[in-house]
Design a protein around this ligand. Structure first.
Ligand SMILES: Cc1ncc(COP(=O)(O)O)c(C=O)c1O
Length: 419
């Protein structure tokens, strides 16, 4: 961990207490720039808001050339608060309520309609078409396709596998289009949306899904002249520091370019989009917790030290939810800044929640006592976004660090707000 960030974490813990999220803002901008350099215009880069929807954080992205994807009315609101224009927001999600579909129709009545709605089913297509007819507007739509591939990732993140609940199968596509009013109805059929899975360990499944999408897109073009867009979702992994090296976004972009180049010019899509989430916000985020107690004992897993922090699955559920691993470092040891080269020993780090799955991981750590500070790294994505108030725990404070100053991006929740 960079010494300046460690100091920023200690300073913000002193000022704002723990648990606390600290975001390294220059890192966020560098990671966003890396995505832009891999997928420059005319690629559309849509930030997947679900990874971290905090408006004071994501508000930096419209100015960096990103649109957004929102999966609910709540995320749509958060996207607008962050400064994303409707025309750069795609509305997606595995199941949309009437209210959410109606919001897309309402936006279509203004000069700033949504970029598109990604449809998950024939039911959704029929309902959106009915609303659009009622309002007398046209709505741009993509159809979410299940590519039926074998993504190289954790089972819980493999949404592009054939048996997942996400997307329609290729042979269900005509039924969806029919249900939505066909080529002459109120829905403008603009193309396909895919997402193979997250945190991909290799490019192969992504490339296969991209190829499936390209092929299906060009097959539909004869009947649907506007069917010109392929949104390939995300999958771009981040180095959590515990699982070896991961393919860079550039490798995915090269695979896409090869696949497009293999097609005749008139079969190529007019628009291509990606939806990175974690690749932009994961690495910039640190979750800072405080040691509550240390148990020295021989545990069944052979470890002899268990450290219980004041933060756990309520702030970062990924380890408990699907066995994700994060780097864990000590910020202080016996109340002083932890030395980079002092003695360490392996410890298990657990949270304070009344669940035995409330574990954050294992790490080599220096001697720790009550009140020492610990940071969990690469925690900016699906951390705060998935946090909860179980066990009567208010939301943590969230702080941005610009290299010099600390700014509160969201205040700590209050106990009163739990009622
Ligand atoms: C449709 C879609 N797009 C994009 C993402 C973002 O994935 P990641 O944060 O791994 O980049 C997800 C994650 O679940 C998703 O479901």
């Amino acid at each position: 961990m960079d010494a300046a960030i460690a100091e920023a974490c200690r300073r913000s813990a002193r000022k704002h207490g723990t648990p606390l999220y600290l975001y390294d803002l220059p890192r966020l901008e560098a990671d966003a720039a890396a995505l832009t350099s891999a997928f420059p215009a005319p690629w559309l880069r849509l930030y997947a808001l679900k990874a971290n929807p905090l408006p004071k954080l994501t508000g930096r992205l419209p100015g960096l050339g990103f649109g957004a994807t929102a999966v609910s009315a709540g995320e749509l609101d958060l996207a607008r608060r962050a400064g994303f224009r409707n025309a750069s927001i795609a509305l997606e999600g595995i199941g949309k309520t009437d209210h959410e579909l109606w919001l897309a129709v309402e936006a279509a009545e203004t000069p700033d309609p949504l970029l598109w709605v990604s449809l998950e089913s024939a039911d959704e297509a029929a309902q959106l078409a009915a609303f659009a007819r009622l309002a007398g507007v046209a709505v741009d739509v993509l159809v979410r396709l299940n590519p039926g591939v074998q993504p190289e990732t954790l089972g819980g993140l493999a949404v592009g596998a054939a048996d997942s609940k996400f997307g329609v199968l290729a042979d269900e596509l005509p039924t969806v289009i029919e249900a939505g009013g066909g080529p002459d109805g109120p829905l403008r059929w603009r193309g396909l949306h895919l997402h193979v899975g997250s945190q991909l360990g290799a490019v192969d499944a992504w490339r296969s899904a991209f190829r499936v999408g390209l092929r299906l897109l060009s097959l539909q073009r004869a009947a649907l002249p506007d069917f010109d867009t392929l949104d390939i979702g995300s999958g771009f992994p981040v180095a959590y520091g515990v699982d070896g090296s991961v393919p860079e976004p550039r490798r995915f972009a090269e695979a896409a370019a090869d696949e497009v180049a293999a097609l005749p010019a008139d079969a190529r899509p007019a628009r291509l989009a990606v939806e990175p989430g974690r690749a932009i916000v994961a690495a910039c985020g640190w979750l800072v917790g405080r040691v509550l107690h240390v148990r020295e004992r021989v545990w069944a897993d052979g470890l002899s030290r268990l450290i219980v922090l004041d933060t756990g699955m309520t702030e970062l559920i990924r380890p408990a939810l699907y066995g994700a691993e994060h780097p864990i470092v000590a910020l202080t040891s016996h109340g002083r800044p932890a030395p980079a080269d002092g003695p360490v020993s392996l410890a298990r780090i657990d949270g304070p929640i009344c669940e035995s799955t409330d574990r954050l991981g294992t790490a080599d750590l220096p001697p720790l006592v009550r009140d020492d500070l610990v940071a969990i790294g690469v925690a900016g994505a699906y951390g705060s976004a998935m946090s909860m108030t179980y066990n009567g725990r208010p939301r943590p404070a969230e702080v941005g660090w610009d290299g010099r100053r600390l700014t509160v991006l969201r205040r700590r929740g209050t106990e009163a707000s739990l009622a």
